[in-house]
Write a protein that binds this ligand. Structure first.
Ligand SMILES: [Zn+2]
Length: 348
């Protein structure tokens, strides 16, 4: 099989994306729109210069780009542009459903937007995403862990007050080292009390203990990354038994040096242990990847054949918090795409 055939197969595969951050998803066309809206913001307004600025060099540069792009998100119309831009990029890869992680505290506290306006921008962007791009979006609201418990409390306050339609999850992002998961137990309990699912990041850059903490103290139903579980057989067994899915983002792990090389990635160890693994792209705009590319890596590097790629797509739908009608429709489409049951649409 040539790479071209595989790329066509993957793009035809209907997909769900469960690990995608709103600001980190911003691709060049979206950032160009924001940079031109806010010239003088330190982000190039010329496309070629922006492409050069956006080229991933190292993790420090990623942080620089992330901060620069975040500083362009000044008003609700900018939040909406990010949402619609993400939907456009997802639609181009045949991603039909996505749980998009939004960090309300960045927009409300750091950038000073009214909380109500952020919620309205998300709602409006979600409707446009559906109408213009055929992408169903749901929301995960996460705590920027580096800002600590006060930020966690502001985040859940905002969610309790504003939770826009499509709110499904509550998360915890940012650095893990020095940001203990248990301190957020009460905040997560409040989120779960209003029906949100617990989906914290854990075990990305720290060890298995962080994942245990997320499971025990935060009631995690899915784990962002969770790759450190590969070092703990008891944890692997626990995750498999309780069907706590991992949102695995291989390129992100490589970029942040959570893994030394893509060949060292524990993807196969996790799957072989019976853990539900889903693929995500994390911050694709900034990590120079797409969900499409992550599926290609699953084939090229981790050795998954087409049938297994279809299983992977189904795993994301199963582990999602999509409403039943969305879930069933997408699942049926994915199943119909199986090489064993469908006429191969990528065949010449
Ligand atoms: Zn993430």
């Amino acid at each position: 099989m040539t790479d071209h055939d595989l790329a066509r197969f993957v793009v035809g595969l209907p997909k769900a994306e469960l690990h995608l951050h709103l600001v980190g998803a911003a691709s060049v066309p979206t950032v160009l729109e924001l940079a031109r809206r806010h010239p003088g913001g330190g982000v190039p307004t010329d496309e070629a210069a922006l492409r050069a600025f956006y080229e991933f060099t190292d993790f420090a540069h990623f942080i620089e780009v992330y901060i620069a792009v975040n500083s362009l998100v000044r008003g609700p119309e900018d939040v909406e542009a990010l949402v619609v831009g993400a939907a456009r990029d997802l639609a181009a890869q045949n991603v039909r459903y996505a749980e998009l992680t939004v960090t309300p505290d960045s927009h409300v506290t750091t950038m000073g937007m009214p909380g109500e306006a952020v919620a309205e921008a998300l709602t409006s962007g979600r409707l446009t995403a559906r109408a213009e791009h055929g992408v169903e979006l749901a929301w995960v609201f996460d705590i920027p862990g580096e800002l600590g418990l006060p930020s966690g409390e502001r985040t859940i306050d905002w969610v309790e007050q504003h939770a826009p339609e499509g709110s499904v999850g509550f998360g915890l992002g940012g650095p893990e080292a020095g940001v203990g998961r248990p301190q957020f137990a009460d905040v997560f309990a409040r989120a779960r009390a209003i029906g949100l699912h617990s989906v914290p990041h854990a075990g990305e850059t720290t060890g298995p203990e962080t994942i245990w903490d997320a499971v025990r103290d935060l009631g995690a139903e899915r784990i962002g990354h969770g790759i450190a579980a590969a070092h703990d057989p008891a944890l692997l067994a626990h995750l498999a038994e309780h069907r706590i899915a991992l949102e695995v983002c291989p390129t992100s792990n490589l970029r942040t040096r959570a893994v030394e090389s893509i060949e060292d990635h524990p993807f196969a160890t996790l799957r072989d242990a019976g853990v539900v693994v889903t693929l995500g792209s994390d911050d694709p705009g900034m990590f120079d990847t797409t969900l499409q590319r992550e599926y290609e890596i699953a084939h090229d590097v981790f050795g998954l054949d087409r049938e297994a790629l279809v299983d992977l797509a189904e795993a994301s739908v199963d582990a999602s918090f999509a409403p039943d009608d969305v879930r069933w429709a997408l699942s049926a489409e994915i199943d119909a795409y199986r090489p064993s049951t469908a006429t191969d649409p990528s065949a010449p």
